[in-house]
Structures are given as C-alpha cells and as structure tokens.
Ligand binder design. Structure first.
Ligand code: SF4
Ligand code: SF4
Ligand code: SF4
Length: 437
C-alpha cells in the first residue's frame, strides 16, 4: 500500500483491520480505481466509525468483549454499533434461541458493498456509490484478484436439479440442491439484487428480475432487521427459484455446505461473480459437482447452448459426427471454465445436453469458519486473522479454527504454519512434535 502516507491514521488502521477479514479492501494501482477506493472509504466510514471498527475482534463478539477494547460506556457503544449496523458496516448476529447478540465487522463482499446498495433507505448517495464501486471493481483488477484469486472463493454454483437424470438424483446431496437449502432454512428474506441495482444506476441493467436475492437464516435475520430484505415464506422463495431458472439465471450459493447464508440468482452481464470469470478470467465461482455432456447423435448444432452460457464456456466446432457424411457443428465445453450451472442444458430444445457428475468435484468448505480460514491461508493472512480475533487459545472460535486447520491437507497445513510463528499452532498442526522444545 504505497499511497497511505497522506491518509488519516484511523483509515490506515481500518484497512489493516479489514485485512483480517475473509475479503479485504485493497488499494488498487490504476489512478481512477484508486481515487474511487479512497472516496468509498470516506463515504462508508467516518473517522470515528473507522476507529471503532478497529476495536471489533475478527470473531463474532459480544458487546462486553468489544467494550473492553474501547473507552465507551456500554449504552453508548451499543448505540454506535447499532448505527454501524444500519450502515451495513457491522453485522449484529442474534442467536435465535438465546437472543444473545454478537457483532461482526462486515467485509466489503459479501458485506458493506452489497448492504449499502440493497438497503431500502436512502442514507447513502447511491448514484455516486454505484459509480465508485464500478470504477473500483473494473478500472483495475486488484479487487477481483483479492476476491477471486484464491482456490477458495465466496460463491458456489448450484446445478438445476430438474435436469438431473434419475440415476444421478440419489447421488445429489442436500447441500447441492437449492430447493433443499430453501426448505431447510429457518428464515428466508428477499432483497434487491445488488449487481443489477448497481448496473441500473449506470444505465446498463439487463431486464432480469431484481427482487430475487435470497438470504437465509442468520443472514436473513440481519438483512430483514436492517431493511436490506423483506421476510418471505419458503414457498414464495421456491417460486422465486423457479422464476430465476425461467429467466436463465445462474444460482450461486454461499460457498459452504452447512447453513449457506444466501442463494443469488445471477446474470452473466451484471453479476460481479460471473464478471470475475468473464472480465478477469478468474475461477470466481466454485463449480457445482456436475458438467454438461453432449449427445452427438441428438444434437442439431443450433448453437443455442453456446449462446446461453453466461460465461462463454461453450464453443461450436465443426467436426465429423458418426453416421453423418459432412462435418457438423457440435458444442465443445471448456470443463476448466464451466461452473456446472445447467443453463445450457435447460436451453437445449433437443435435450442433447445431459448434466452428469463431474469426475473430480471441487471441494466445498464445511462451514464459514473453514471458508474464512482457507481464504486467509491462501491469501497469506492467517496470522492477521488469528491476531485480530483477540481470542485466547481456549475460546470456542479458536477451537473451531484449530479443528479446521488440523483437518486441512498437508500442503495447506505447512502453508498455515509458515504464516503463523506460533509453536502451539505448529504443534497442533503436527508440524513439530514438542511445543515446549
Ligand atoms: S451475485 Fe447475482 S443475485 Fe447476487 S447480487 Fe450479484 S447478480 Fe444479484
Ligand atoms: S442447444 Fe442442443 S441441439 Fe443446439 S447445439 Fe446445443 S446441444 Fe446441440
Ligand atoms: S457450459 Fe453450461 S453448465 Fe457450464 S457454465 Fe456454461 S451454461 Fe453453465
């Protein structure tokens, strides 16, 4: 970060604190993106907000735990945090049974970028925000590399279940089915699609539905409480899933197996995640466990599938087809690029594309702690994450984190131990035998 010298200390500290999150807010190189980054920082955070944000540990924390790091009385602190929750800078997570509140500093994505544009109140200058967010994300690839540049990313594609053959259905796990995820959710909220809303401010939104971003459980509780979503019945959410499929949208969920916080319904033109693939050639979405397979004899070479793929993973190639005299066009699928959404198979009127199991399915983290830990390790920030949790060795968060770290493949464990100079952690990871030696 070469241009921080003339920045207020509160903002420098804030950027360093955000470095402990799953996604940071890096300074870009290109002047237009850098100017946008700086203005965004000041629109989102007052210097006072920035100072308070630095006191919030990286794990979800109670009011009294945060209070120990500030000089504010509890009631004043609560009011300040409440204001930051309204701005989408902090998430207040309320336990559904006990009512205990824990505060969590929101990263830029999925976080204050989205919340600020989805909130129905006009408390942000949304037109200006849209221009700045667009410049920050697209005038330079720094932010795209940050979000999508590691093996672990924030979203995973869901296959269209109705396209799977009878023989595949028993193999489809509950966390791979959008309908099961919705049916098992305690709370569902629907909000305005951040990406298309942003594109609308820039006069380039497509005509896909906007009120279709589904948040679930704790994510939905927060979104509803903070006017970023409205509560809906599960049956209405299932109808929305169906409408999204009819509109040829790609369903992308939180990249975890347990309790995903959202299901997005995304278009190839406006969606920030799909743009990560289309614009920056990054593996921005974790693929579903399925890929399309072409039935050469049924295919008529019409190219509908190729035109419908939201990430241009299908090329039409002239080739010899068994039993035909002349070369014919057939789709060739780039399996490295394909995210297994099934839009192409849905669009094929001849039913010549079948969604089949991917031979080596991509790994999906079990839960948010694992996703955050993997992202931190891959981006070289594990030490920052552990330091900013403010947690002792025996807290539940550290126990969860250690459990995740010890179950990582050896290469990741070595990477983790290189980032954290802790004999205790290296011992826990099995890198050294004696923590006291
Ligand atoms: S990720 Fe998809 S559904 Fe979510 S806000 Fe973006 S385009 Fe909309
Ligand atoms: S849409 Fe179907 S018939 Fe047309 S090229 Fe694709 S696979 Fe073949
Ligand atoms: S090839 Fe088909 S399944 Fe793969 S990303 Fe494109 S539309 Fe989705």
């Amino acid at each position: 970060m070469g241009h921080l010298g003339n920045m207020k200390e509160e903002y420098r500290d804030l950027l360093s604190r955000l470095d402990a999150g799953s996604v940071t807010f890096p300074e870009p190189e290109a002047p237009a993106a850098r100017a946008a980054w700086r203005e965004l920082l000041e629109i989102y955070y007052t210097p006072e907000d920035a100072k308070l944000a630095c006191c919030i540990p990286a794990r979800p924390s109670r009011l009294d735990q945060i209070a120990r790091r500030t000089d504010l009385p509890l009631t004043a602190l609560e009011a300040r945090l409440d204001g930051m929750c309204d701005k989408g800078l902090v998430m207040d997570l309320v336990h559904p049974m006990t009512g205990e509140v824990r505060y969590y500093l929101a990263p830029p994505v999925v976080g204050f970028f989205e919340f600020s544009m989805m909130r129905t109140h006009q408390d942000y200058p949304k037109q200006r925000l849209a221009e700045l967010l667009d410049a920050y994300a697209h005038q330079d690839r720094t932010f795209a590399d940050e979000v999508f540049g590691g093996e672990t990313v924030v979203g995973r594609a869901l296959v269209r279940e109705e396209l799977l053959g009878e023989e595949d259905l028993p193999e489809v796990l509950d966390w791979q089915r959008a309908t099961t995820i919705i049916s098992e959710a305690r709370t569902v909220g629907v909000g305005i699609c951040y990406c298309r809303h942003l594109a609308e401010h820039l006069d380039r939104a497509c005509d896909a539905p906007q009120e279709i971003c589904l948040s679930l459980d704790a994510g939905a509780d927060f979104m509803i409480r903070r006017d970023c979503a409205r509560p809906i019945e599960r049956s209405e959410a299932l109808e929305m899933l169906d409408a999204a499929r009819q509109a040829k949208l790609v369903q992308i969920a939180d990249n975890v197996r347990k309790r995903p916080a959202y299901i997005c319904n995304c278009c190839g033109c406006c969606c920030g995640q799909l743009q990560g693939i289309n614009e920056f050639d990054l593996p921005a979405v974790n693929p579903s466990g399925f890929v399309p397979q072409v039935e050469d004899q049924i295919c008529r070479g019409c190219s509908r599938c190729s035109r419908s793929c939201p990430i241009t993973a299908i090329s039409m190639v002239a080739r010899r087809v068994e039993g035909r005299l002349a070369n014919e066009l057939r789709p060739v699928i780039d399996l490295e690029r394909c995210i297994g959404c099934g839009v192409c198979a849905q669009e094929c009127r001849k039913r010549a594309l079948r969604m089949v199991q991917r031979s080596e399915p991509a790994y999906v983290p079990a839960n948010v702690v694992e996703r955050v830990a993997r992202m931190a390790i891959e981006r070289g920030r594990l030490a920052q994450l552990i330091y900013e949790t403010g947690a002792g060795r025996s807290t539940r968060f550290m126990n969860n984190l250690l459990q995740v770290l010890t179950n990582l493949p050896v290469a990741n464990r070595v990477l983790a131990s290189e980032q954290v100079r802790s004999r205790f952690l290296r011992f826990a990871l099995g890198i050294i035998k004696d923590p006291t030696a």
